[in-house]
Design a protein around this ligand. Structure first.
Ligand SMILES: Cc1cc2nc3c(=O)[nH]c(=O)nc-3n(C[C@H](O)[C@H](O)[C@H](O)COP(=O)(O)OP(=O)(O)OC[C@H]3O[C@@H](n4cnc5c(N)ncnc54)[C@H](O)[C@@H]3O)c2cc1C
Length: 301
């Protein structure tokens, strides 16, 4: 495939692209729409030796106040191909499509496998990178294959074993978007009564509404440690309502940090560090962030 040029923006503020509405600019920013444009962007980054940040919906990212020194790529492709055989459907969708609306649309057509995703923001690419999940499901369980642009060279098809999925993790987190940028995903879905699917998704939606704090957040900040709930540990350590400026541990759900307006990335980073230290002291457990932290010096994890 020949690369097709794609417009690049300089010093693009990233905060408007991120759910916390926090974070400085990217040196360069692009929104490729096709595989050929994506190839152009990644080749350019490779040739100029620029780090690449794959930006999905920005619902699981904390970018430093100083921004990102490299090329942020928000891949937009949402093209879809379906192949139905009996009561199974294989559907291939561009990684820029949104997760929850995709699940909702397919379930209305009677295809089951993504109902658990109701209410989870972000794109298919971001969901695969973090193996997003909820209510007993996760994206790995619905996947058949993932297509990646590897080393800015070639499009490859990876099966589930290649992706090394685990609880809220995958190989993509470890190797980064420069080595493997997710370009498309193929789900294997099964036929089910659309009304039953709709009822399940409505129940999930209602439960989420009741439990999810309003306001600017990135969902759960920490992964649940084995056999425990990060939110309950944070609550147990007495940290609900803890503040660093306008960044606050949600009084409704202790695993959420809410930006009440004007919080900085450094305030959120400090709050995360205080929570980890306090939970370790009180409960003897070191919490691992689920949120990806980008552009910090030294790197945060
Ligand atoms: C209110 C709220 C509720 C949430 N509830 C849940 C929940 O129940 N379960 C859950 O798992 N998560 C939840 N989240 C977190 C978040 O929505 C998910 O992690 C989501 O899948 C992230 O997708 P995204 O497109 O926004 O990714 P981003 O935040 O943009 O990126 C996340 C990571 O994926 C990488 N990435 C993105 N696209 C690509 C690509 N094409 N190729 C390679 N790497 C890529 C990024 O570089 C980054 O490392 C919630 C968030 C919010 C705000």
């Amino acid at each position: 495939m020949e690369p097709t040029p794609c417009a690049l923006l300089e010093h693009e503020p990233l905060a408007p692209h991120l759910f916390w509405r926090i974070g400085g600019p990217a040196d360069l920013y692009a929104e490729p729409r096709t595989e050929a444009e994506l190839l152009h962007c990644l080749r350019l980054a490779r040739d100029r030796r620029l780090p690449v940040l794959a930006l999905g919906g920005g619902s699981n990212l904390l970018v430093a106040d100083g921004g990102f020194r490299g090329l942020a790529i928000a891949y937009q492709n949402q093209e879809e191909d379906q192949a139905i055989r009996g009561d199974r459907m294989r559907v291939r969708i561009g990684a820029g499509a949104l997760l929850a609306p995709t699940g909702r649309r397919l379930s209305r057509l009677g295809w089951a496998g993504l109902e658990w995703a109701e209410g989870i923001p972000g794109t298919l690419g971001g969901a695969v990178a973090g193996n997003a999940g909820a209510y007993g499901g996760d994206i790995a369980s619905a996947l058949h294959a993932v297509e990646v642009l590897a080393d800015a060279e070639r499009f490859e098809r990876w099966n589930l074993a290649d992706c090394a999925f685990g609880y809220r993790k995958s190989r993509f987190g470890a190797i980064g978007a420069t080595s493997a940028f997710i370009s498309a995903v193929t789900f294997l879905l099964r036929a089910e009564d659309p009304e039953r699917l709709a009822a399940r998704m409505q129940a999930i939606g209602q439960e989420r509404k009741a439990k999810t704090p309003a306001g600017l957040s990135c969902g759960s900040v920490f992964k649940n440690p084995e056999g425990a709930s990060a939110g309950r540990l944070i609550e147990q350590a007495g940290l609900k309502g803890l503040e660093e400026g306008p960044a606050q541990v949600s009084p409704l759900h202790a695993n959420y940090i809410v930006n009440r307006g004007g919080a900085t990335a450094d305030q959120v980073r400090r709050l995360i560090a205080r929570i980890r230290a306090a939970v370790e002291k009180e409960c003897g457990i070191r919490l691992e962030p689920e949120v990806r932290m980008i552009g910090f010096d030294p790197p945060q994890s």
